[in-house]
Design a protein around this ligand. Sequence first.
Ligand code: ARG
Length: 587
Amino acid sequence: MPSLVEALSTDVGAAFAALELPAELGQVIESDRPDLAPYQCNGALAAAKRAKRNPREIAQAVADRLTAAHPDLKIEIAGPGFLNLTPPLEAYSAQANAIAADDRTGGAPSSEPLKLMIDFGGPNVAKPMHVGHLRSSVLGDCLQRLMRFRGHDVVSDIHLGDWGLQMGHLITELEDEQPDLPYFDAGLTDGYPAEAPVSIEDLSRLYPQASAKAKDDAARNERSRKATAELQAGRPGYRALLAHFIAVSIAALKADFDALGVHFDLWKGESDVNDLIPEVVEDFKSKGVAEESEGALIVRVARDTDKKELAPLILVSSAGAALYATTDLATILERRRQQDPQLILYVVDLGQSDHFEQVFRASYKAGLAEEGGLEHVKFGTVNGTDGKRLRTRAGGTFKLADLIGEARDRARTRLHEAGLGDSLPEAEFESVARSVANAAIKFSDLQNVRTTNYIFDLDRFVSFEGKTGPYLQYQAVRIKSVLRKAAEQGLQAGDISVGDAAEAALVRRLDGFGAALARAERDRAPNVLCEHAYGLAQAFSGFYAACPILPEKDAAIRASRLNLAATTLRQLELVLGLIGIDVPERM
Ligand code: ARG
């Protein structure tokens, strides 16, 4: 179903074409002066420039054609030649009924479904998560929901960091604490215990311990480096330990991500592609893409057109080790064999731009991926209210579980302050608080243009006022409550007939859903979904204030408004669902 903007653009385009002017000039947009008219077309100005004619004359000619074809469309020529357009209320009614009848409420799927992989989250085994990982998780999860709703075939992968020096640190530190464990016996090759020798608490203790020691002690660092090399070369005891470390970390991460409502299809990591590395290296060598340089194997990726110097990608270090970029290349090979995606999106912070540029160029050069088949979806940093990179209150590194816990505490307090949820049974209140906490964390992140930095201020995020996740949840819950009361009174929704300006304004917002989805997809921009949700909630507020529903005496008007409210709720829940926010039954 075309939106009102699309339908108007077709009509105005036809009027331009009839005057032997390009139909594209008939593009209609929502007006920046909604007090004058809801829609406008600026094409007459562009046409006048090209034809060196008077824009008002062209506008008048277009208006005459339009009026002849669509007598009920109100057209005004403003300023130098803008066409201000006001559709009749019947057009809104028809559009609203079509949206109400559509199970996607007007949010059409993409016309070109893709096979897509999204690589996001990317926490490192044993190393504490930082807010960059949180941001990647929230953004990536929203993008996977959006892309699925748009009809793409999506596979998401957390791509754990589990193959670097941190593993050597863990192994050696554990060896110092428990030297008798069988994993350190170089003579053994199998028969290791099935039970993990460490808990997640052990891992979070061992890593910082070792990395602190290695900082000032070159010999200690060298031990970790050597253990990492032996691990990568396949030493059985170390491999068995690695498997434990990964399993213990995944269990803990899964609990955190479940609490946040973030899902990954695949829980693979850098270590999964170790066996593919020799093949990638050989392939790059045989194609002449990789070359020796000072004992290392590198891929030169700089281009003459580069504005800033891009260092070569290091495929194999002079010490013979595979690095971060190497595992990313091997992962592309594995994905090609297992999923064969047309596009891989990497949702990773801006700071890794050069890394991805190197990996992408090297892949294209070696024919590992098709040009354009890899895309870095970058984002800015999260700062604390002091303007510096976010830390916890204690000043330490950040733990996802702590952050979620803090958000839940504040959500409980805010709910009580707002007089919400007081009558709910305890378990339901708790589940509402959890849902509010998640909404606060996600919306406050996603509403920003992703490449900008933003300030993390939980207090503001958990507010039920302003542009926040909890405000939107509250609006949706309010609609649910109206609909519940209507059902209790046996009232039915019916045909929508738009009779009020506030109703027309609400229909315009509902009608903008398709365009918002397309733009959010095109720009990988969750903030567009947030804007849509907020605009819709506000339009509903305006409608609800101007157009009473339950007290309305006229049965047909009441039924129409009920339908508008129910359709608004469906679309609001849908778009909030894409953001990763769920709506409680009541608050
Ligand atoms: N583990 C990495 C880090 O913490 C992020 C991984 C991003 N994904 C990728 N395919 N490189 O920086």
